[in-house]
Design a protein around this ligand. Structure first.
Ligand SMILES: [Zn+2]
Length: 228
């Protein structure tokens, strides 16, 4: 676990980054990694001097299994309220991705060969979402954490923006590659045009720090958004 800015920590899971936010009333977790990342997340909560019961909120950017794998277990261990968009909540309840994957050409063959692996990546145990969130809603964490609808990677994908801290949590709507950001693309992108629109919207927020689901946290992010 590494501190990004005051009260924001990244927990590097086996494939996905999760983020822990510390507030006076307790902790907020953004995304939950694979099932096997649960122990590491609980250890990180302990390292911050807290118990699992101090985890008050779990926010999901989208329903892919590498972001929701520990959700059911962490909800049970903590009693946290779980938040997601309506579309992603339905998929989370089924333990499935919220859109079909669209492999083409050679990717189709590779995808078939890798299917046990990809199935694990995109499936998770069904879990309950307690509260449906929508664009513009402000959640009580990090001085006000605004829900920003960022569809494209998945239909109901959301990002979370804390204007006071200048931190934007983007799930898989942006990926960090080296010191730069790129948008979602390829077979696990539900709608490329919507994904591009979401990147434009994110770039206009003026975030100083971007926390992606995959890759390194991007500092001084203002000029590191992709041109779309
Ligand atoms: Zn994803």
């Amino acid at each position: 676990m590494t501190q990004i800015v005051s009260n924001v920590h990244v927990v590097k899971g086996s494939v996905v980054n999760c983020f822990l936010i510390v507030d006076a009333d307790g902790l907020t977790l953004i995304d939950t990694g694979l099932a096997r990342d649960r122990a590491k997340i609980l250890r990180s909560i302990a390292d911050l001097g807290h118990s699992p019961r101090d985890l008050k909120r779990i926010l999901l950017t989208h329903s892919d299994g590498d972001h929701t794998g520990s959700l059911a277990a962490l909800r049970a261990a903590s009693g946290a309220r779980v938040y997601a968009s309506a579309i992603e909540a339905q998929a989370i309840a089924r333990g499935e991705p919220s859109r079909p994957l669209q492999p083409r050409g050679w990717a189709k063959i590779a995808f078939a060969l890798l299917s046990p692996f990809t199935a694990r990546m995109f499936k998770a145990a069904p879990a309950t979402v307690d509260e449906i969130v929508s664009d513009g809603q402000v959640l009580p964490a990090l001085g006000g954490l605004r829900v920003v609808a960022t569809p494209g990677h998945t239909p109901g994908h959301i990002s979370l923006f804390a204007p006071a801290a200048g931190v934007l949590f983007v799930g898989d709507s942006l990926v960090s590659e080296g010191a730069r950001l790129r948008g979602s693309r390829g077979m696990n992108t539900w709608d490329q045009a919507k994904a591009d629109e979401s990147v434009k919207r994110q770039a206009a927020l003026g975030a100083r720090i971007v926390c992606t689901g995959h890759g390194e946290v991007i500092a001084d992010a203002v000029d590191k958004f992709p041109q779309v």
